[in-house]
Design a protein around this ligand. Structure first.
Ligand SMILES: Cc1ncc(C[n+]2csc(CCOP(=O)(O)OP(=O)(O)O)c2C)c(N)n1
Ligand SMILES: CC(=O)[C@@H](O)[C@H](O)COP(=O)(O)O
Ligand SMILES: [Mg+2]
Length: 625
């Protein structure tokens, strides 16, 4: 590791001889494989961008220059080259190094990312601000071919075409999103990627035309023409036609070629797109062969490539995926939509079973929802499976296109609640707050694996906008024997006593069971309610429980503001005088939640069974007096 040892702070790469860059790249790869094998993380994308990041660092100065990573899951080499190598011991851990760029982690991180397709807009903002402030720093953004399927990227390209100042957009094209990339632009980039065959064809056409006088004329006209045939001569025509200079495709593992190209690009006072071809997973056989599996990976054994913690129980995603296949079998009007997360949401199973009724729209959550609304208006029953934090993109589409028309669209909100080590940008804690107030929308959350299946049946039978939110991780098997029918707006009482009433939302049931156990061990009688409909109150049940209970507690996996507990608290306050009851919220008290394991985070926020029990016991005793 002697090259890597020379990198202790930003810009140190410039002290390393160019001839030693390949050795440095190899050491970085080895380091990445080792650290990600211990802590987990986004391996394949990082392995693919080692040389690309080194080349950018060779020509940029940090922190003065601004380098933005779209999504940011490929920023590990940048972190190493800006002096954060040692912090990889804490990668993705609580209080540790983030797996994404973070401005509060280093002045060399220009812009926080995590969600896709924001990078070009941010770079454009930096470029214009630089000019307004009379600066001369370089600005660049690295965006993947998958992220280029996101609508925001096109809005930005539209703006970029009018930009009269320097801004370097590097398209990191590895011909992959998490899985197979989709859509017209992906096909277009792929055609350019296939440069060899294409160039041969191009040269062939050109030279054969050049053989005759008329041919020469045709070749000239073709070169000047703006129609499709010109594609034979000018790769990247789409961008050129927009008015953005395009260069490429160039080899994203050839550092020298990239350095020369970047040096020229940064001299321009207009925007430029540099199309770079890379291999996702490069340098680690397993990741090269299975880049989707090694996109985001749990700790693994680097020799065998196998994940260390074997999966013991099914996760909610698996339950959802299998149930979707069953639903699809009995109901031909069911269609499934994903936004570039066919693996993550489990919809690959549906795709295999019913390819014609499966749609991967790319990283296009807004389009996914309105596309579903269109299908629902035409009589289909679309199930749109999107991670909670990515669904934030679709707020207006859900409200304007689905809810206002009361269309029967089923939102399957995966990764709802805390997700853990991806941190702030990925915690699925806001969806309930922004969905609850939408007209006609109802939001359900299953207490266990069985209820998720029942809720999907309910959602199919329901005629209107409906969301089912379920978390990352193992599906709870508790209360398998309690499966009362789902009734609109009604909660399910798991056990009834008097004293403390615990309202558990969705999968928080696992934590709620631990809490009940703790309280009962202290002889405190507890009622346990499975909330089921998180967006509304079961007032009939509440009116009954208010007569016999003094302490009301919620367990929620969403932020407090706009959560279930807030509604419950307001209802209690309306119906009781303050001395009659105590309300204790187990919702997320922070505006954003950092990375860490889920138990760690809950403990930190005191919303785990232990933290809540500590608050409940004295309150209960106070009311006894
Ligand atoms: C809005 C949004 N939707 C979905 C994702 C999940 N996601 C993270 S990376 C990724 C694929 C990105 O592909 P690409 O930009 O080509 O980068 P690569 O992984 O190939 O390096 C997806 C779908 C996300 N981060 N943001
Ligand atoms: C970078 C990104 O947004 C995704 O790769 C995300 O990290 C996936 O999360 P899961 O591991 O929960 O599927
Ligand atoms: Mg890609």
């Amino acid at each position: 590791m002697h090259m890597l040892e020379k990198i202790t702070k930003e810009n140190d790469i410039k002290q390393i001889e160019r001839q030693d860059y390949p050795a440095l790249a190899a050491e970085i790869r080895d380091f990445l494989i080792e650290k990600v094998s211990i802590h987990g993380g986004h391996l394949a994308s990082n392995l693919g961008t080692v040389e690309l990041t080194m080349a950018l660092h060779a020509v940029m100065n940090f922190p003065e220059d601004k380098l933005i990573f779209d999504v940011g899951h490929q920023s590990y080499t940048h972190k190493i080259l800006t002096g954060r190598k040692d912090a990889f011991e804490t990668l993705r851990q609580y209080d540790g190094l983030s797996g994404f760029p973070k401005r509060n982690e280093s002045p060399c991180d220009a812009f926080d990312t995590g969600h896709s397709s924001t990078g070009i807009s941010a770079a454009m903002g930096y470029s214009i601000a630089r000019d307004l402030c009379g600066g001369d720093e370089k600005v660049a953004v690295v965006i993947g071919d998958g992220s280029l399927t996101g609508g925001m990227a096109y809005e930005a390209l539209n703006g970029l075409a009018q930009l009269k100042t320097g801004c370097v957009v590097v398209i990191n094209d590895n011909n992959m999103s998490i899985g197979k990339n989709v859509g017209g632009l992906s096909k277009y980039l792929n055609e350019i990627r296939l440069g060899n065959a294409y160039n041969e064809l191009k040269t062939g056409v050109e030279s054969s035309l050049m053989g005759s006088k008329t041919g020469k004329k045709i070749a000239k006209v073709l070169k000047r023409s703006k129609d499709n045939i010109k594609q034979f001569f000018v790769p990247g025509m789409f961008f050129e036609e927009l008015g953005i200079t395009y260069v490429g495709p160039i080899d994203g593992h050839d550092i020298n070629q990239m350095i020369t190209t970047f040096q020229h690009a940064f001299r321009l006072d207009k925007p430029i797109i540099i199309h770079v071809k890379t291999k996702k997973g490069k340098g680690y056989g397993y990741a090269e062969r299975h880049p989707d599996y090694f996109h985001g990976i749990a700790p693994f054994d680097r020799i065998s490539g196998k994940v260390l913690a074997a999966k013991k129980t099914s996760c909610y995603t698996d339950i959802f995926a299998k149930k979707m296949v069953k639903l699809g079998e009995t109901h031909e009007d069911v269609v499934a939509i994903t936004a570039a997360m066919a693996q993550g949401t489990g919809l690959v199973r549906f795709e295999e079973a019913y390819p014609k009724r499966f749609f991967d729209v790319g990283i296009a959550e807004q389009h996914a929802v309105t596309f579903a609304a269109g299908m629902a208006a035409a009589g289909m029953v679309p199930v749109v499976a999107i991670y909670s934090s990515f669904l934030q993109r679709s707020y207006d589409q859900i409200l304007h296109d689905v809810c206002l028309q009361k269309l029967h669209v089923i939102l399957a909100i995966d990764r709802a609640g805390l997700v853990g080590q991806d941190g702030e940008t990925h915690q699925g804690i806001y969806d309930l707050a922004y969905l609850s107030h939408m007209p006609h929308m109802i939001v359900l959350a299953p207490k266990n694996r069985y209820e998720l299946e029942a809720m999907l049946d309910y959602a199919y039978a329901y005629d209107g906008p409906i969301a089912i939110r379920y978390p990352r991780g193992s599906a709870y098997k508790g209360h398998a024997d309690i499966q009362t029918p789902i009734v609109y707006g009604k909660s399910e009482v798991i056990q009834e006593a008097s004293g403390v009433a615990v309202f558990s939302c969705g999968h928080m049931m696992e934590e709620a069971d631990r809490l009940v156990e703790r309280l009962e061990a202290k002889q405190i009688p507890v009622t346990l309610v499975n909330v089921r409909f998180q967006s509304m109150l079961d007032t009939e049940l509440l009116d009954r429980l208010m007569k016999t209970h003094t302490v009301f507690v919620t367990l929620e996996d969403t932020i407090m503001q706009g959560g279930y507990g807030e509604k419950l608290h307001a209802y209690l306050a309306e119906k009781n005088s303050p001395e009659q009851y105590t309300f204790i919220s187990g919702a997320i008290p922070l505006p954003s939640v950092p990375q860490g394991t889920i138990p760690e985070l809950r403990h930190h926020m005191q919303i785990d069974a232990e933290g809540l029990a500590e608050k409940i016991v004295p309150c209960y005793k106070k009311h006894l007096k």
